[in-house]
Design a protein around this ligand. Sequence first.
Ligand code: S3P
Length: 174
Amino acid sequence: MENRNIILIGFMGAGKTVVGQKVAQELGLKFVDADEEIEKTAGVAISEIFSKKGEACFRDLETKVLESLRDSTNLVLATGGGMVLRPENVKMLKQLGSLVLLWAEPSVIFERIINETHRPLLKVSDPKVEIAKIINYRQPIYQQAADFVVDTSGLGVDEVAEKVVNYISRRSAS
Ligand code: S3P
């Protein structure tokens, strides 16, 4: 059977969760949010995992969630922004489905997340500088992992979802 899984990767605030929900709805697929799965398993919020156990523990939980999805089909998976940092995760993601990178300029990301407080990595005195720094480091990792890239800067959720659905339709037709 064809593997129809769609995996959304990209930086915090790129829209992976909302776009993923929309794409899943349009294509009749199941939606899974990796961060939500981690919180369900751990029984605490991600910010608490970071503060009490540290980032390395969180990254281990990310890998465990991926392992648990190994045999899944007909899925749209929204990953956390750092999921692709471990090469072993990228390998598993590639086996699971097509990787779609939702990209956005650092200034766009900053505007989107400015009023949100749940991301431990951005609880710093100057989030704007931090975003630029992390994106700069991660950009080649995201680009290299991606099968398809959508630049979401200036686009709404529906427009981004449409681009993802079009890509998946083309992929399925070829
Ligand atoms: C992270 C992104 C977050 C979450 C955690 C770490 C990252 O997910 O997994 O706070 O390293 O970029 P979102 O990308 O859904 O915000």
